[in-house]
Design a protein around this ligand. Structure first.
Ligand SMILES: C[S@@+](CC[C@H](N)C(=O)[O-])C[C@H]1O[C@@H](n2cnc3c(N)ncnc32)[C@H](O)[C@@H]1O
Length: 230
C-alpha cells in the first residue's frame, strides 16, 4: 500500500458490520447537522465523504449536497449510489477545482489524519476558496498526538455496546489486527495535531476558528473544530 487513498479505494474491514456502518453514519450526520447553521438551503460539500450514507438525511433537511472523495473507486461507488438524486452531486477533481465560492458549508470528517502534514496548509487554503463569504468549515475526528490505537479501540467498543453490535466489533478488531490497516498505519503514519496547533493552522488559513465542545461522530477521543470564512 503506497497511499491512504489506495487503502480507502480498496477492500477494507474498518466497519465491522452493516449495523456499524449504519450507526456510524447516523450518529455522524446528526452531530454534523447540529454543528451547521440551522437554516435550510445550504450548499454543503462533504470533503473525503467516503460512502456518504448520511447524505440523504442531510439533503432531507433541505440542503443541496456535493460529495468529493480522493479515492477514484469511492467516487465511482457514490456516483452510482446517488445517480438520479437531484439533491446529491458527486464531484471529481475537475468539478471541485471549478467550484470556488460555491459552498455555504464544508464538512471534513475523519480525513485530516490522511493528509500529509506539509500538504494541510494548502488544503485549508483550498477549502477557504471553495467557501462563499460567511461560509462554515466543520472538521471532525482530528487525531491527537497523545491518543492512539487504545483510545480508538475504546471508542469503538463503547459505541458498539450502545448500538448493539459488540460481538461484531470484537471480531472486527481481531480482523483489523491482522489486516492491511495496521500495516498501512505503521508504514504511512497518520497526521496528528493538538487542539491548539490545529486552531493555529485554521487561523493561518484565514478562518475564524473555534474548537467544538464535542467531536462530531462516534469517536469520543478525537477533536472537532468549526471555522468561519470571513
Ligand atoms: C475514514 S474515511 C471517512 C469517511 C467519512 N467522511 C466519515 O467520516 O465516515 C476517509 C475518506 O477520506 C478519503 N480521503 C483520504 N485522503 C483524502 C484527501 N486528501 N482528499 C479527499 N479525500 C481523502 C478516503 O478516500 C476515504 O474515503
Amino acid at each position: 500500500m503506497t497511499s491512504w487513498t489506495e487503502f480507502w479505494g480498496g477492500k477494507h474491514s474498518i466497519y465491522v458490520s452493516a449495523r456499524h456502518v449504519e450507526a456510524h453514519f447516523r450518529r455522524l450526520t446528526e452531530d454534523l447537522a447540529a454543528a451547521l447553521p440551522p437554516q435550510p438551503g445550504l450548499r454543503i460539500l462533504d470533503y473525503g465523504s467516503g460512502d456518504a450514507l448520511g447524505a440523504p438525511s442531510l439533503a432531507a433537511l433541505g440542503h443541496q449536497i456535493a460529495l468529493y472523495d480522493a479515492a477514484p473507486e469511492v467516487q465511482a461507488r457514490i456516483a452510482r449510489r446517488y445517480d438520479g438524486d437531484p439533491r446529491i452531486a458527486v464531484l471529481d477533481e475537475r468539478a471541485l477545482a471549478s467550484s470556488d465560492g460555491g459552498f455555504d458549508a464544508i464538512i471534513v470528517s475523519s480525513v485530516i489524519q490522511y493528509i500529509p502534514r506539509d500538504a494541510l496548509p494548502a488544503t485549508i487554503a483550498g477549502w477557504r476558496r471553495l467557501l462563499a463569504p460567511g461560509g462554515i468549515l466543520v472538521i471532525a475526528d482530528v487525531m491527537r498526538p497523545d491518543a492512539g490505537m487504545v483510545e480508538d479501540v475504546a471508542d469503538l467498543l463503547g459505541f458498539a455496546w450502545k448500538e448493539g453490535f459488540l460481538p461484531a466489533a470484537l471480531l472486527g478488531l481481531a480482523r483489523t489486527f491482522f489486516s492491511d490497516y495496521r500495516r498501512t498505519r505503521r508504514k504511512l503514519g497518520l497526521a496528528r495535531y493538538t487542539g491548539r496547533e490545529f486552531l493555529e493552522l485554521l487561523a493561518a488559513g484565514g478562518f475564524q476558528a473555534e474548537a467544538l465542545p464535542r467531536n462530531p461522530g462516534p469517536n469520543r477521543h478525537r477533536l472537532g473544530f468549526r471555522g468561519i470564512r470571513p
